[in-house]
Structure formats: structure tokens, C-alpha cells
Ligand binder design. Structure first.
Ligand code: ZN
Ligand code: ZN
Length: 352
């Protein structure tokens, strides 16, 4: 075991502060990574504040962070795909059972025994739970470590590991090329959804509540932007969308969007509103519409997403911050005051 500096929450009201946490020494299939950048996801805030206490109570100290990009500093004797000095990435998962039908199919994100990057029981016994990327280093089994295309900006790459795969996976599975696709919400997830839908060749329409985001949505790749508060404008598009990706995690009326779907169209949720949504059965029955959900992606698909980003030169729009600004960044994130993802420059933790 060794110790590494990290930013951790001591309790649900403490905020984050500098501390040290234990990491295991790399064993056979492990890759040790010096973390260069870590994106800031809304899930980090929920975990730090124990807001998912009923489903996934937070164990303190809690070290969040699952959008990790870094440099390989050490490898176990059995590692095949990485060497010291390589740039590598880690997302929301660091292990699974490797044996269930979902793992066999490359869908570790659906494994009942998946180990998340933070706040999951630590199988290696190094600590009570796994510690995430707000840290100077991490050790991960190479099966859960991704290759980063050489042309991509590393700070902008970090958010691809959660916000990127979360939006890529449902759009990719929906085969949206040439189809009319709606993206609801233009935040950390939504802005990636727009980039992917555009790159897949979809007719990309963004729904936003904010007039101030219209120009930005177009810059990101939207063919059209609809102000969702404008009922007339919304009605004009009734029954015309093949696919809608809903990225909103605040309470909102999804029936309005279901009614925009064409026959057999699908609305997929990737945001997680706190309270149950109210759904009109009529909106689904007529036109035989589908309502679905999606959670990140498997490791194979995550690599495919990164390779796609390399080919199309796609990264997240980030505001890079030093780690000591993280508590302030959480406050701003909750006010949607970021374009479009905070990313921590982890070199700022070295001297902290
Ligand atoms: Zn996330
Ligand atoms: Zn499994």
C-alpha cells in the first residue's frame, strides 16, 4: 500500500478538503496512473452531500471523481495493453464480476456486481470503499482502463468518460444518422449530446428554456433550436421526432416531449430527476411510442466512443479549475453557471 493526496469530504456538510488516502500497490493486471485531469460530474455533488442516501449511502471520507485522464507510472507483470508513460483514462467503473452474462457481452455497466470508481465496496480491502479521481494517483485493473487518442486535448477528454459515454451510447444504439433527433437541455450532458448527434449525421434540434443558449447550441452543432416555453413553436413539431435524448435532471414535464415523437419514436432519459416523473399513458399509446433510460456504457463501447471522438476531434467544452476551487465550483454547477463542464487540473493538488 501507499498513500496519495486527495480531496475528500469528511461528512455530508463538510465540503471537500485536502487529505491523504491509501491505494493498493499495483498487482498483476493493475495500472497505476498519475492523474492529470478529473472532470466534475453532478453525481460527485450528490455523493459528497449524501443526497442518494436511500439507494447508495455515502461512506466517509468520500473522494469523488469518475472522469479521469492521466499518465501511466507503473504496471503489474501481467499488463498487456499499457506501458509506463502512456496516457490513459478511467470512467465510472473500475471492476465487475467478469462472469455474468452482461460482462460476457461487454456490458459491464449492467453487471449486478459492478464496482464503481468511488463509494463502492473495495474488493481489495485497501479501504472501506473505492476512492475516485480527485486525487494524485489511482490504481485500476487494465480491463477498466481506456486508451486516449493522441490528438485530443486532455482536459476536454476527461468529461468524455461520463458525460460523453452517457450521451454517446443511446444515440449510437438508436442509429440516428439521417433522423430527426431532439436534445433536451444544454448542460454537461446535453452539450455532448449535441456534438454526438451532429457527428452521427442526425438532423439535430436542441430544446432549451434559455434564449441565451441559442447561439451556443448552434455553435455546438444544432441545426435548429427550440425554446421549450414557446407552446406554438413546440406544437409545430408534434409527431415529427425519431429520437429524443432527455438530459434534464430537474423536475420537468416529459409528456410535452413524448408528444413530439413520431410513431415508434423513442425518448431516452439520461438525467435523473429526484422525484418520480408523471407520464401520460395516452402520449405513449397513441403512435406506439417508447420511453427508455440509459446508464453510461460498457468498456468496449467507451473505447469505441473515445476512438470516435479522436476521429471527429470531439472533446467537452471545459472550464479548467485548480482543486482548491472545487467547493465554489459545486455551488456554480448547481446554478448551471458553467460552460459546460468543470475539469480539475490535478497538478494543483501536488503542492496543496
Ligand atoms: Zn458522472
Ligand atoms: Zn458481471
Amino acid at each position: 500500500m501507499y498513500t496519495t493526496k486527495a480531496y475528500a469530504a469528511a461528512s455530508e456538510v463538510s465540503g471537500l478538503a485536502c487529505t491523504t488516502v491509501p491505494r493498493r500497490d499495483p498487482v498483476e493486471q493493475d495500472v497505476q496512473i498519475e492523474i492529470l485531469f478529473c472532470g466534475v460530474c453532478h453525481s460527485d455533488v450528490h455523493t459528497v452531500r449524501n443526497e442518494w442516501k436511500h439507494a447508495m449511502p455515502t461512506v466517509y471520507p468520500a473522494v469523488p471523481g469518475h472522469e479521469i485522464v492521466g499518465r501511466v507510472t507503473k504496471i503489474g507483470s501481467g499488463v498487456k495493453n499499457f506501458k509506463v508513460g502512456d496516457i490513459a483514462a478511467v470512467g465510472c467503473l473500475v471492476d465487475s464480476d467478469h462472469t455474468c452474462p452482461k460482462c460476457q457481452a461487454g456490458l459491464e455497466n449492467l453487471c449486478p456486481n459492478m464496482v464503481m470508481t468511488y463509494n463502492s465496496p473495495d474488493k481489495h480491502g485497501t479501504a472501506p470503499v473505492t476512492y475516485g479521481g480527485y486525487s494524485n494517483s489511482i490504481v485500476v485493473n487494465e480491463r477498466f482502463v481506456l486508451q486516449v487518442p493522441k490528438n485530443l486535448d486532455l482536459a476536454g477528454t476527461a468529461p468524455l468518460l461520463c458525460a460523453g459515454i452517457t450521451t454517446y451510447s443511446p444515440l449510437s444504439r438508436a442509429n440516428v444518422k439521417g433522423k430527426k433527433v431532439g436534445i433536451v437541455g444544454l448542460g454537461g450532458l446535453g452539450h455532448m449530446g449535441v456534438k454526438f448527434a451532429h457527428a452521427f449525421g442526425a438532423q439535430t434540434v436542441v430544446f432549451t428554456t434559455s434564449q441565451g443558449k441559442v447561439a451556443d447550441a448552434k455553435r455546438l452543432g444544432a441545426d435548429e433550436v427550440i425554446l421549450s416555453k414557446d407552446a406554438d413553436e413546440m406544437n409545430k413539431h408534434a409527431g415529427t421526432f425519431d429520437f429524443i435524448l432527455d438530459t434534464v435532471s430537474a423536475d420537468h414535464d416529459i409528456n410535452t416531449y413524448l408528444n413530439l415523437l413520431a410513431a415508434d419514436g423513442t425518448l431516452t432519459l439520461v438525467g435523473a430527476p429526484e422525484k418520480p416523473l408523471s407520464i401520460s399513458a395516452f402520449a405513449l399509446l397513441f403512435a406506439r411510442r417508447n420511453l427508455a433510460g440509459s446508464l453510461i456504457g460498457g468498456i468496449k463501447e467507451t473505447q469505441e466512443m473515445l476512438d470516435f471522438c479522436g476521429k471527429h476531434n470531439i472533446v467537452s467544452d471545459v472550464e479548467v479549475i485548480p482543486v482548491e476551487k472545487i467547493n465554489e465550483a459545486y455551488e456554480r454547477l448547481l446554478k448551471a453557471d458553467v460552460k459546460y463542464r468543470f475539469c480539475i487540473d490535478m497538478s494543483s493538488l501536488k503542492g496543496a
